[in-house]
Every structure is written in structure tokens, then in C-alpha cells.
Write a protein that binds this ligand. Structure first.
Ligand code: NDP
Length: 283
């Protein structure tokens, strides 16, 4: 029976550490770290993520501002807004909540964010830094996953890690971070021939697909570590990509949904905001 990695509890610890750091930073630089979240439209999931981020900032003593924009905002207007935030010396982190309406090219907007204020770690220069291993902002979800793996002291060296999903925000960056820890990394996706075989071979499985309960216990090697990134709304409930009930019989460690990777993403965002603050203010 697997040990459950309690993302909520771990996130609470990290948020408390962040909260402890804020007064010293304020004293040192004479400013409060400030995150600006730009929300375009009224997508309920985005609204709830933004609310959670705002609340977490408030509790940690980080200033946060939400800028809500009508979905009819043009790409140019949004880019100009980001440019003005780049130039504002009192803004240390800029987060444009995705997805954006179809008429706006999200890549163009993200490219506009000043690299040092890119708390999501999505800017191409931060992605390049991640690839090369130079300093940069790490994307929040993969960073949170690595913190979870560190919390259970799993030695990743030489271990087979399977990532299911190859998105730019989860699959690809977590692959880089696992490589840094010397894991042997495989990335599966929708064209993978035999997913079950790949899963059964893995010592660590990171499921980031967006399909409820697609990884079942019979696909998991005895003793594997299973990290469930998926968030699927089914009949009003949040369900992961992993079938928790059957998977916990096989795994050594497993993350729940909710209460696993989700809270860690928010904790990592707060850490990133402080990191950006220090980089910007220590110039
Ligand atoms: P994307 O939709 O961008 O990517 C999904 C990936 O899954 C794609 O690479 C796709 O392959 C792959 N895939 C789809 N179907 C299959 C299949 N049958 N077998 C194997 N692979 C498949 O998703 P994201 O990475 O953005 O998000 C993944 C999940 O994680 C979602 O549920 C999302 O809500 C959640 N999430 C949770 C976060 C958190 O903080 N907890 C943060 C970010 C995401 P292909 O590339 O071939 O199409």
C-alpha cells in the first residue's frame, strides 16, 4: 500500500517559509514583493486558479494585483499592458493566466514578459536556461513536483522515469529536471504504441495528460512512485489522470488529486515570486 505524498501539507510548509522570508526582504530592499496576475475573460477554472493564487499571496505577505480584462481585448492591447508591467519598478512578477482567447497568440504575449518577471517560467529564455542548466525561473508545476520527489528522498539516479504527456508547461520541463537528477527519462504521448508496457517499465511515473483515471493499477510496477498532475472535472469532482484506488495498491508513493501537485504549483509560484523580487531588486 502506497504512502500518500501530502501536497497540501508540503505546500503549507513552503508557504510558511516564504512568509518568514518576506519581512527580511522588505527590510533589505524597502519594498514588498508584488505579483500581478492578468486574467482575460471569465473562464471559471481560470478564475478559481487566479483566486487561489491571490489568496496564497495575501497569506504569505506578498502583494498581489489582479487585472481582469474583457475577452474582447486585442492582442496588441494585451501586449502593451504586459510592456507597461515590465517597466513598472514596483512589479516583480507577471503572470498571464492561460488559456487566452483564440484571437490572441499566447506565445507572443509570453515572449513579451520580461524574463526576470516571468514567475511562470514560460518565457523562451527561461526555457532555454532550463535546457542548458543555467540560472532562470523554473516553471511552477515541474518545480513543485521535484520538491515532492525530494520530500520523499527518492534517489532518481539511474531510475527509469516515464512522463505521460509532452506539453511545454509540464511534460517537457519535468523531463529536463528529472535528467538533472540523472534519471533515464522517457516521454510518452498520444502516439506512444504501448503505454502500458512503458508504464510497467517505469520506477517513476508522472501523469500529465488530462484524462481521468487513465493510468490504472495494472499499469504500475510494484513499488513505483506515481505523481498525478492531471486535473479533470468529472460530475463536478476533481479527478486525476491516475486511478488512485487501484494505483495505491502497487505504488510505493503516490500523490492524490486534489491535494497533490495542485497546491505545490501555488507554493512554487510564491517561491518564484520571491526569487524574481531578489533578482530584480539586488541589481
Ligand atoms: P496538454 O493537453 O497540453 O497535454 C496533454 C498531453 O497528453 C499531450 O502531450 C498528449 O499527447 C498527451 N496525451 C493525450 N492523450 C494521450 C493518451 N491517450 N496517451 C498518452 N498521452 C496522451 O496538457 P497539460 O500538460 O497542460 O496538462 C495535463 C494535465 O495536467 C491536465 O489535466 C491539466 O489540467 C493538469 N495540470 C495540472 C496542473 C497542476 O498544477 N496540478 C498544472 C498544469 C496542468 P500529444 O502531444 O501527442 O497530443
Amino acid at each position: 500500500m502506497a504512502t500518500v505524498i501530502d501536497g497540501k501539507a508540503l505546500s503549507k510548509e513552503i508557504r510558511a517559509q516564504v512568509k518568514d522570508q518576506v519581512p527580511a526582504l522588505e527590510k533589505k530592499y524597502g519594498k514588498t514583493p508584488h505579483l500581478v496576475v492578468v486574467l482575460v475573460g471569465e473562464d471559471p477554472a481560470s478564475q478559481s486558479y487566479v483566486r487561489a493564487k491571490e489568496r496564497a499571496c495575501e497569506r504569505a505577505g506578498i502583494r498581489s494585483t489582479k487585472l481582469t480584462k474583457d475577452p474582447s481585448i486585442s492582442e496588441e492591447e494585451l501586449i502593451n499592458l504586459v510592456k507597461s508591467l515590465n517597466e513598472d519598478p514596483d512589479v516583480h512578477g507577471i503572470l498571464v493566466q492561460l488559456p487566452l482567447p483564440d484571437h490572441i497568440d499566447a506565445n507572443k504575449v509570453i515572449d513579451t514578459i520580461e524574463q526576470k518577471k516571468d514567475v511562470d517560467g514560460f518565457h523562451p529564455l527561461n526555457i532555454a536556461a532550463l535546457q542548458i542548466g543555467t540560472p532562470g525561473v523554473l516553471p511552477a508545476t515541474p518545480k513543485g513536483i521535484m520538491t515532492m520527489l525530494e520530500s520523499i528522498n527518492v534517489d532518481l539516479q539511474g531510475k527509469k522515469a516515464l512522463i505521460v504527456g509532452r506539453s511545454n508547461i509540464v511534460g517537457k520541463p519535468i523531463a529536463q529536471l528529472l535528467l538533472r537528477k540523472h534519471a533515464t527519462v522517457t516521454i510518452a504521448h498520444s502516439r506512444t504504441k504501448d503505454l502500458k508496457k512503458e508504464c510497467l517499465d517505469a520506477d517513476v511515473i508522472i501523469a500529465a495528460v488530462g484524462r481521468a483515471k487513465m493510468i490504472t493499477g495494472d499499469m504500475i510496477k510494484e513499488g513505483a512512485v506515481v505523481i498525478d498532475v492531471g486535473v479533470n472535472r468529472v460530475d463536478g469532482k476533481l479527478i486525476g489522470d491516475v486511478d488512485f484506488e487501484s494505483a495505491k495498491e502497487k505504488a510505493s508513493f503516490i500523490t492524490p488529486v486534489p491535494g497533490g501537485v495542485g497546491p505545490m504549483t501555488i507554493a512554487s509560484l510564491l517561491q518564484n515570486t520571491l526569487e524574481c523580487f531578489e533578482v530584480l531588486e539586488s541589481k
